[in-house]
Design a protein around this ligand. Sequence first.
Ligand SMILES: Nc1ncnc2c1ncn2[C@@H]1O[C@H](COP(=O)(O)OP(=O)(O)O)[C@@H](O)[C@H]1O
Ligand SMILES: [Mg+2]
Length: 256
Amino acid sequence: MPKIVISGRGGCGKSTLVTLLAQRLGEEGKVLVVDADESNLGLSAMFGVEPPEKTLMDYLGGKPVVGKKLRAMIKSDGNEKVELFAEKMNLDSLPMECVRRKGPIVLLRIGKIEHSMEGCACPMGAVARNFLNYLTIEERQWVLVDTEAGIEHFGRGVIEGVDAILMVVDPSYEAILLAEKAARLSQEVKKDFGVVLNKVDEKTEPILKEKLAEKGVVIKGVLPYSADIAQANLLGGALKLGTVREELDRIVSGIK
Ligand SMILES: Nc1ncnc2c1ncn2[C@@H]1O[C@H](COP(=O)(O)OP(=O)(O)O)[C@@H](O)[C@H]1O
Ligand SMILES: [Mg+2]
């Protein structure tokens, strides 16, 4: 299951799970982490690295240039070949200025909101979708896509080029409703779907499990509330597998 989108409501722990999962999968192969969240800035800090020099959006010429190409693509309706990327890419052929490497982990950012009134973030979604479609993955390679809050990426078609959607569910009624909806949306596009419970304790875990089972949502793993994770994130420090290694082992077996 090589290309996985990590989805979920704001603050549920998407970036935390992406960081821990990348470290765990990095023990078995190469992992490309795609930061497709146009707002949040802290993902590279969670890995303990500086952000890549350029976003993919900047590399492609910036939002106005990309917007023009996208409009041409829509206008040509498939008759004329207008592409964002000249050729297929793999984990070793990504533009150098767009990646930051840490051992087996490669970090890439799609694009960030940089200016007031710059317009909507749809071009970021289109870049992410095209990039994921153009990216080829080999054995023992994974792509983890960290996303913005909510389910906008379903609408934008970012999930088109991925194999599975993993939704992070924190102990809240809203997260249960969102998981039920995302399960249905995933079914519509025939993508594998499952959830990871996050920030749970002995009281909330059984309730969440029961509610999700009632709705037929598949649970692929559980990450308990961890004071170490909360502290590291608060200080802007790198996250370590540390005390949650066993949980990550189980999540990895759940998604394989
Ligand atoms: N398992 C966990 N235990 C404790 N705190 C967590 C856990 N997972 C996430 N958090 C905290 O929740 C907040 C949001 O996490 P983050 O991964 O940034 O969420 P998202 O990417 O979904 O917005 C952070 O302050 C983080 O430290
Ligand atoms: Mg995040």
